[in-house]
Design a protein around this ligand. Structure first.
Ligand code: FAD
Length: 469
């Protein structure tokens, strides 16, 4: 290892290599905050340095783990003692913005919020948005195919990437920095690196597709008396607001009550006795007209009995205050520690039955458990936060079985947006067929035959059966 680190230091300079005690001052995982255990952290400044580092690692058979902003929630960036971390923290440049094509070329270590600001400063808009915007990076967003708050209108990260550059396990640079909206020349190789969680290559740069910013914004929080009313509102909003509907976020009473009345972290804009709350947002280009449409829809929903109470935001501060209740993950962690956090998708109509059954089964298997639910309802995505009294391995497994077990029959997924990482690898087969998993393994074998990139993440089963062969 020492000889390898000497070679790597010659490539990245001493400032690009962190060793010894300083490694443990970094985190290994966002949720637990546990210290990093890797042998060293390598911080290249550009693609060429990274490619040279990977050539050395490949020759030495050295496994590496790529880290972006470390906000991933499935332990995908977690490194073992015998691994090297590749950190993209010195590759943060916003390189060019093409105002005719509406594209932004950026290094993969750039934080999402910096990219949003860079686009806005030149009259453009980068629509991906999520609570971790200040820390998560474009490379992490690409590798996890991040979703977030506006998927209902703009889609997931995949929809925003026109091209990218990646370094393979052997140091080969795949430059697929396409800037065209249309390009059907052969395989679209960038797709291999989007959502594959760093197991097929390290993303170094990307060409992102920008949008023109909207100029109207209407946001409201609705108290909703039942799930049927909730789906009626969702359909009504889709029909009446069309593409202007940018967010439709649900909070079960468990989430809303906990963060407002119970913890007092937010002044409750509405009383906390409704079973569901919907945070809805529409963006367009004509404030007066869009506000009329938005208000008329809410009024009709109210008259239909689908909404029992509502509050509309009349300023940026009020809008932020409403979003803060929905986005207060830190509040959830504080209140529910030790916390198990799940991110599942399932057909919208199956949600109330699924949550109800889960609640009953948790109470039976782990009495005193607490389940808190919010989600991106329009995307069929629920986030479940569970305190089951302990976070030991047995409890975790018992809870995971209850959460993941019913999803296959419902046609759902164990990961709507956070990915598989280490945390869900044993459950991948619940929502992917054996043929799909075999194909994933074929791709892994082709691109990383020594298994150096993000070892043991995403695809455990086939890796094990190979070893047995
Ligand atoms: P990291 O955590 O550093 O890494 C995540 C994975 O990507 C790891 O497997 C890592 O090895 C790999 N990786 C990182 N960079 C690269 C690269 N350059 N090349 C190859 N592989 C790489 N996610 C959502 O989808 N929607 C949400 O609404 C959402 N909200 C969140 C809110 C909070 C408060 C938090 C803490 C997280 C949230 N997340 C959400 C999860 C997380 O923010 C996303 O998964 C994000 O995309 C991770 O980016 P990162 O830079 O932090 O990646």
């Amino acid at each position: 290892m020492d000889a390898l680190l000497t070679d790597i230091q010659a490539i990245v300079d001493p400032s690009g290599l962190i060793r010894g005690e300083a490694v443990g001052q970094r985190i290994n995982d966002w949720l637990s905050g546990a210290p990093c255990r890797a042998t060293a952290i390598v911080r290249p400044t550009d693609t060429q340095q990274l490619a040279a580092v990977m050539r050395c690692c490949h020759a030495a058979g050295q496994p590496v783990v790529t880290q972006g902003g470390m906000t991933g929630l499935v332990h995908g960036g977690q490194a073992g003692r015998d691994e090297l971390v590749i950190s993209l923290e010195r590759m943060t440049a916003v390189e060019t913005l093409d105002p005719l094509d509406g594209t932004l070329t950026v290094q993969a270590g750039a934080p999402l919020e910096i990219v949003q600001q860079a686009a806005a400063s030149q009259g453009w808009h980068f629509p991906l948005d999520l609570g971790a915007r200040g820390s998560c990076t474009i490379g992490g967003n690409i590798s996890t195919n991040a979703g977030g708050n506006r998927v209902i209108r703009h889609g997931m990260m995949r929809q925003h990437v026109l091209g990218l550059e990646a370094v393979l396990a052997d140091g080969t640079v795949i430059s697929s920095l396409n800037r065209m909206l249309k390009n059907n020349a052969g395989y679209d190789v960038k797709q291999l690196f989007i959502g594959s969680e760093g197991t097929l290559g390290i993303v170094t740069r990307a060409v992102l597709r920008l949008q023109r910013p909207t100029t109207s914004e209407n946001t409201a929080l609705l108290a909703v008396p039942g799930f049927e009313a909730l789906t009626s509102i969702l359909n009504g909003l889709r029909q009446r607001l069309g593409a202007n509907l940018t967010a439709c976020e649900v909070m079960w009473q468990s989430h809303y009550r906990l963060l407002t009345e119970e913890l007092g972290r937010h002044t409750p804009p509405l009383s906390a006795d409704s079973p569901y709350y919907l945070l809805v947002e529409a963006q367009g280009i004509d404030q007066q007209h869009d506000e009329q449409l938005f208000s008329a829809a809410l009024k009709d929903f109210f008259e239909a009995g689908w909404v029992s109470d509502a509050v509309m935001a009349h300023s940026g501060a009020q809008r932020q205050a409403l979003w803060a209740i929905r986005e207060d993950i830190e509040g959830l962690i504080q209140a529910l520690r030790p916390l198990f956090a799940f991110d599942v998708s399932l057909p919208i109509g199956s949600m109330p039955g699924y949550v109800e059954t889960l609640e009953c089964e948790l109470a039976a298997v782990r009495p005193g458990s607490r389940l808190v639910v919010f989600g991106h309802i329009g995307d069929g995505n629920l986030h479940l936060s569970i305190n089951a009294g302990s976070d030991d391995a047995d409890t975790r497994q018992a809870v995971e079985r209850l959460v993941y077990g019913p999803l296959a029959a419902l046609g759902g997924s164990v990961s709507a947006e956070h990915g598989i990482g280490l945390e869900k690898r044993d459950y991948l087969a619940l929502c992917r067929s054996p043929e799909e998993i075999a194909l994933m393994h074929t791709l892994k074998q082709a691109l990383d035959p020594k298994g150096l990139l993000n070892r043991h993440k995403v695809l455990p089963f086939i890796a094990c059966s190979r070893q047995e062969e």
